[in-house]
Design a protein around this ligand. Structure first.
Ligand code: GLN
Length: 255
């Protein structure tokens, strides 16, 4: 099976699984509190290679692997809860999650609502356009219709810079990219690594050789949960220092 077909299949699967989870409310509705031994991590598994859903309905990717090594280090079990990206911060503050790892940018706006650990990776907001597009630079996005994932930093930059009326929000980058393929929008602004996967999975698209912004990804924890913060941040810092995190990232991203 070709890479494109395989990825498209994976994405279809991940969207299906996401639908099923959304339909039954997901694990976060079980009423379970954090028992001593389980770390509840929230994510949005439509963001390869950081997180996606595999054939067996497991969340896999860089964040899942890093979270597992954090849990191992703390001698705890890891439970991954898949939800919409813009539901993660409310779920943290409602104590339905212990932490979130979702390729989440440690932005100043979010830092007012949650605490961020030391950054563990870098992301770039990239611009996807059709191969024959006239758009060649950020300035060309003016007056165009740009697709974003709801609640992401790409959503914020585009809404601020272009005006809300030029931004169309989608539940995931996969769906935004589909709208681009169908000609409903002129461009998609999204993080560069998922952008590569989406372009790989669809014919006729390219990523512009220009960067909207460079950002830090970090894990997020509720502000009053200092005990959890110290555990997760401490483990992440050790895994960063001993090269484990770079090793995990290198398994997925080959520059
Ligand atoms: N890095 C972007 C943000 O934090 C996108 C994250 C995501 O869609 N999972 O807003």
């Amino acid at each position: 099976m070709g890479m494109k077909k395989k990825l498209a299949g994976l994405m279809a699967l991940s969207m299906m699984a996401f639908g099923v989870m959304a339909g039954c409310g997901g694990a976060q509705d079980s009423g379970a509190q954090a028992e001593g031994g389980t770390l509840r991590m929230g994510t949005n598994a439509t963001f390869p290679p950081y997180e996606s859903v595999d054939e067996n309905n497991n969340v896999v990717g860089i964040d899942a692997d890093i979270a597992q090594t954090v849990a191992d280090k703390l001698g705890m079990k890891l439970e991954i809860i898949n939800m919409e990206f813009d539901a993660l911060i409310p779920a943290l503050n409602a104590k339905q999650l212990d932490f979130a790892m979702a390729g989440m940018t440690a932005s100043p706006e979010r830092a007012e609502q949650v605490d961020f650990t030391t950054p563990y990776a870098t992301g770039i907001q990239a611009i996807i356009v059709p191969e024959d597009s006239q758009i060649v630079a950020i300035e060309d996005l003016k007056d165009k219709k740009v697709g974003v994932q709801t609640g992401t930093t790409g959503d914020k930059y585009c809404s601020d810079d272009l005006g809300e009326e030029h931004v169309q929000r989608f539940e995931s980058g996969v769906v935004a990219t589909q709208a681009l393929v169908n000609g409903q929008i002129d461009a998609v602004v999204i993080d560069n690594e998922p952008a590569k996967a989406y372009v790989e999975a669809n014919e006729g698209l390219k990523i512009l050789d220009t960067q909207y912004t460079v950002e830090d990804y970090a894990a997020a924890i509720a502000k009053d949960n200092t005990e959890m913060y110290d555990k997760i941040n401490g483990a992440l810092e050790e895994l960063k220092a001993d090269g484990t995190i770079d090793k995990i990232i290198a398994q997925y991203i080959h520059e």
